[in-house]
Design a binder for this molecule. Structure first.
Ligand code: GLA
Length: 355
């Protein structure tokens, strides 16, 4: 149902934001480290208008769910909590946010590790910026979106997803130093394109496992007497730590080094090797992979024309990303998907967009 059917009036404004896929630099952002995401073609679109009855009304097309919130209501759950979080954060910044009608539609898959929540937060904040003429830039939008995520979903996430959704495009990679927020837009390795396949395994334990990893990294940084693991470049430095901090730190330090190497502008072959090493590190040292992701990644890595593949996002299920020879993304992803399905899994090709 469209905005008019739900709210009985036309929207006053509209905004959208993409999901993201991370090429390299996983679980580094909350260690003040380096990341290399790109936007995916799938986007979340919000339409907004002022509400006349003093209540916020949010409607999700995909969930066919409507949530109304009046002053004094408890925080809503589900999709509405992210939107409500954005409204609350703007209010805390000192902006007055009147009651709004907000209609959401999205092609970003939920639960695949492609930042559907960041896309919703960034689209919502862009929509409110446009509706209320707020003087707020794209970096601030990402920061507020991250706070909305932390405070309203309970995941102690870093800032990669929201920065990628707010600042990246589908034609480049966004190198981001998550401590200084310095960034650089860089091209994909020449002769290569990106493939994203959902493993079909929903992310479980994502919240608790994620927060636990984050705490282990903070312990490791504390034991090494640095502010964050980003301050260490030699993986040897972690060798005397107790387990699991030793392996967690080794992943983060080597992963930061992989991103910095990729930033130098390496060949597609070398970039692929870095992705393969990243997957092994996430699987063995960081322990955030699951059998379905390992199977899918191995199938991708074995396929001619694939430079490299790895799980992407937090892990615990969700999607894999691969770098493949330019022009071959569709054929390779179809071939791998058939093989993956024959093994008893049911996945989905997300990039390139195939019908
Ligand atoms: C999730 C978080 C990000 C980042 C990744 C792992 O997507 O939201 O901040 O930590 O996991 O790299």
């Amino acid at each position: 149902m469209d905005f008019e059917q739900i709210f009985g009036a036309s929207p006053e404004t509209e905004a959208s934001a993409p999901g993201r896929v991370n090429l390299l630099g996983e679980h580094t952002d909350y260690n003040d480290g380096f990341v290399l995401p790109t936007a995916i073609p799938q986007r979340t679109t919000v339409q907004l208008g002022l509400s006349q009855d003093g209540q916020h009304h949010f409607y999700s097309v995909e969930l066919d769910e409507r949530v109304s919130i009046s002053e004094g209501n408890h925080t809503p759950s589900g999709f509405a909590s992210y939107i409500f979080g954005c409204v609350r954060l703007l209010e805390r910044e000192g902006y007055t946010v009147p009651s709004v009608n907000l209609h959401v539609t999205s092609s970003v898959p939920i639960g695949s590790g492609l930042s559907s929540s960041a896309a919703l937060e960034v689209a919502t904040l862009r929509g409110l910026r446009s509706l209320l003429n707020l003087d707020i830039d794209d970096v601030r939008i990402a920061q507020l979106a991250q706070q909305a995520e932390i405070q309203y979903s309970g995941v102690q996430c870093g800032i990669m997803d929201q920065m990628a959704s707010s600042l990246a495009d589908t034609e480049h990679m966004l190198f981001l130093d998550t401590r200084s927020l310095d960034r650089q837009v860089i091209p994909f390795p020449s002769g290569a394109e990106v493939v994203v396949i959902d493993s079909g395994v929903p992310r479980t334990l994502a919240g608790s496992g994620y927060n636990q990893r984050r705490a282990e990294c903070e312990e490791a940084a504390h034991l090494l007497a640095v502010k964050a693991l980003r301050d260490i470049t030699d993986p040897q430095a972690a060798e005397d730590l107790p387990e699991p901090q030793r392996r967690r730190a080794r992943h983060v330090i080597t992963e930061d080094n992989r991103v910095l190497e990729a930033l130098q502008g390496v060949s597609a072959e070398r970039f692929g090797e870095l992705m393969n090493a990243s997957h092994a590190s996430l699987r063995d040292d960081y322990e955030v992979s699951v059998p379905a992701l390992d199977t899918l990644v191995a199938m991708l890595q074995e396929t001619p024309g694939v430079f490299g593949a790895r799980l992407t996002g937090a892990g615990f299920g969700g999607a894999c990303v691969a770098l493949v020879a330019a022009g071959k993304g569709e054929a390779i992803s179809r071939e791998v998907m058939e093989r993956y399905m024959r093994s008893g899994y049911s996945g989905r090709i997300l990039v390139p967009e195939v019908s």
